[in-house]
Design a protein around this ligand. Structure first.
Ligand code: GCU
Length: 329
């Protein structure tokens, strides 16, 4: 992180003091930071979560949402949650890789068969186990948000086959899995935080990136990247988390309200999501983006070795992937 940003970050951390604070009025306000822009459906879902919580608690428990990386990047936010300086966040499961090795399997390319399979896994036993797996790291996963499927967008030419990635600098999330995937496909992975990506694309620090349609559209990356190739290589969900420190400070009743509000916001988000995908594809096309649907096979072939390498390094993940593949078969 550049020095100037680090100073701002430390300053914010200090002045924000506690992630969940009790005001003189007896009202508790939990700070929730995230990286997305306010027009994005996940931001709207977090606002909805706050509204539901306020209603359930009769105004005694509130959430204040800070979007746009105002409180830090996803990685920084997770660290702030661990020490209780920020109370809640919503991050991509890819950002949780360093905090819960089990969750990293969600970043494996072409892991799921279809949308039904994704929700069977995330809403079922495995999903629950993955949310709980973050507790060892002073975090508590509350629910998943749908983050659709990620595909490539690029500045100068469409990415129709893995050969088109050759020589291109591809922005990836701060995730080893994503780095290995892009390398496996033949591109040069470059980790950049989401908030810095627009400028990085503009300045040519990276030539391409990958994301779901609502993020491509709402971040305005389509202004710089005029090719969007829907190869849907990963389906990495978002995760809503609360700091374990803050969670433990809540009464049982407050914990129940928060969990229910999070679950309701996940249902709301998945409704918003479907419309948001359609709107995003429509709008970027209107703005001159060329959308293509390349064959997935050549990408799939290229990444077969990625899973093998992951299992070699972390044996326990192989069994988890087998359970995912067996789910509702
Ligand atoms: C998705 C995800 C974000 C994440 C972003 C990224 O949009 O919802 O949480 O920051 O991808 O690529 O970094």
């Amino acid at each position: 992180m550049p020095v100037s940003r680090r100073i701002v970050f430390v300053f914010f951390t200090l002045i924000l003091a506690l992630g969940g604070c009790q005001l003189d009025t007896g009202v508790k306000v939990i700070k929730m930071g995230h990286a997305q822009v306010v027009s994005h459906p996940v931001h709207q879902a977090m606002v909805f979560l706050g509204e539901r919580l306020e209603e359930k608690s009769g105004g005694k428990l509130k959430v204040k949402v800070y979007p746009n990386q105002q409180l830090g990047t996803e990685r920084e936010l997770l660290e702030l949650l661990q020490i209780g300086s920020v109370g809640m966040t919503k991050v991509s499961a890819a950002s949780l890789e360093a905090f819960s090795p089990e969750i990293s399997v969600l970043g494996l390319p072409y892991l799921f068969r279809d949308d039904a399979h994704i929700s069977q896994v995330l809403q079922g036993e495995i999903g629950k186990e993955l949310l709980v797996s973050t507790e060892k790291f002073w975090l508590r996963g509350l629910c998943f948000y749908d983050a659709g499927k990620r595909s490539f967008y690029s500045k100068t030419k469409p990415i129709e086959t893995p050969a088109d990635l050759d020589g291109l600098k591809i922005r990836v999330q701060e995730s080893k899995m994503a780095i290995n995937m892009i390398r496996g496909m033949g591109g040069s992975p470059t980790p950049v935080s989401y908030g810095e990506l627009y400028t990085s694309l503009q300045q040519g620090i990276v030539d391409a990136a990958e994301n779901n349609p609502p993020s491509f559209y709402n971040s305005r990356h389509y202004e710089v990247c005029k090719f969007y190739a829907i190869d849907e290589h990963t389906a990495i969900p978002d995760v809503v988390l609360v700091s374990l420190e803050v969670w433990k400070d809540l009464s049982e009743e407050e914990q129940r309200w928060l969990q229910e509000a999070a679950d309701e916001s996940a249902v709301y988000e998945s409704k918003l999501w479907k419309e948001a995908v359609e709107e995003a594809l429509r709008e970027v096309q209107k703005a001159g983006v060329e959308i293509s649907y390349p064959s997935k096979e050549p990408f799939l072939e290229k990444v077969a070795a990625v899973s093998a390498q992951v299992f070699q390094e972390q044996k326990q993940l192989e069994a988890l992937v087998q359970r995912i593949q067996q789910t509702n078969k």
